[in-house]
Design a binder for this molecule. Sequence first.
Ligand SMILES: Cc1ncc(COP(=O)(O)O)c(C=O)c1O
Ligand SMILES: N[C@@H](CCCC[NH3+])C(=O)O
Length: 428
Amino acid sequence: MDHFQYRGDRLLAEDVDLGDIAARFGTPCYVYSAATLRRHYQVFDDALAGHPHLICYAVKANSNLAILGLLADLGSGFDIVSVGELERVLAAGGDPAKVVFSGVGKRADEMARALEAGIRCFNVESESELQRLNRVAGELGVIAPVSLRVNPDVDAGTHPYIATGLKENKFGIDIARAEAVYREAAALPHVAVVGADCHIGSQLTRLDPFRDAVSRMLALIDRLADQGITIRHLDVGGGLGITYRDETPPSPADYATAVRELVADRDLELLVEPGRVLVGNAGILLTRVELLKPGEHKNFAIVDAAMNDLLRPALYDAWQAIVPVDRSAGGNTRNWDVVGPVCETGDWLGRDRELSLAEGDLLAVRSAGAYGFAMASNYNSRPRPPELLVDGEAVHEVRSRETIADLMRGEQAVASLNAGLTAKGAKG
Ligand SMILES: Cc1ncc(COP(=O)(O)O)c(C=O)c1O
Ligand SMILES: N[C@@H](CCCC[NH3+])C(=O)O
């Protein structure tokens, strides 16, 4: 259940008409629902209750400071993949002691900053990274808490671009090597082994891959215990899918029950890194139809949002629902390709959508709270859209629309660049 529902023929974000938001803030814009976000967090947290656990929200899914602050207030921890995400978490009031740091390419300066901030754990993804972390922690005179991110070689059954737990993926340490690397870690002076970690992919719609991964991790933890290496927490990553169209992912309760059953009798804190399942359906992208271009072969509805605002359809061929803000508006009913103004054939938000459209109509692209704004770019020199957080009747502008001046900030035209050439040309 989310809080983007029709009242009569009008689509609302909680108690606010999306038409009013468009009139106040312009389009395109991202609109998030605080109530949906709170609810999703609570459902997930309740599902894990009874077993010691920490939710570390995957910041990459949506890193707006207001979203992070709202989750921090609810007690959430955070999974970060860069020092930029760490600074965001700290700026939003997140607790560094609840932060885990994932990612295959952590730089030394990022490690140093995270150690200085006092994060909960580094999810180390290679032997080289382990050695680097040991050196950086040594230079700072501290001990780095470490989990190894293990690649358990489990097929997540998801889009190949977002599967991460197979041998051929760049992520994690091959489970066949994991024991040796744990022994190496245990012998290093400036790291302390505290946990074990895996993350097998995103938008998973079945429980079995999770069960397989957790079982393999538990077997590894047992083998490590035999060698005197104690693992205090198991981080099972994120990846639980949502319904974009007709997917039937397990509910957070089913997911949590499956994982909890496997760890029930163990003295092992459970860490989870959900992203999409918390924020995905807590956001929409609001856009306006600019121009209609019906044709013999195809009907194009050109809207003011594009792949630079929402990349998922172009990048993964992802399907996201596109619905009218006013259901009663009687326009031209056809199968429309809803496309943006960007100069790329792949710039589409939805294809073959039966919609009744007129120029000027407002449309909402659903399930855009995760990997929406977070993946937005300035391609075609398009300013990124604003982000608005609705809470009941209140609308908070939690990020304003970029300006053209923002786009050019930091750039310099170099007046003398061609001067030499011109002078040479003149001589020759
Ligand atoms: C290490 C790690 N943790 C957590 C997540 C969050 O994934 P999701 O948004 O699918 O829950 C990701 C992204 O797939 C990730 O790479
Ligand atoms: N960006 C992806 C998910 C990537 C997950 C990152 N580990 C998506 O939109 O589905």
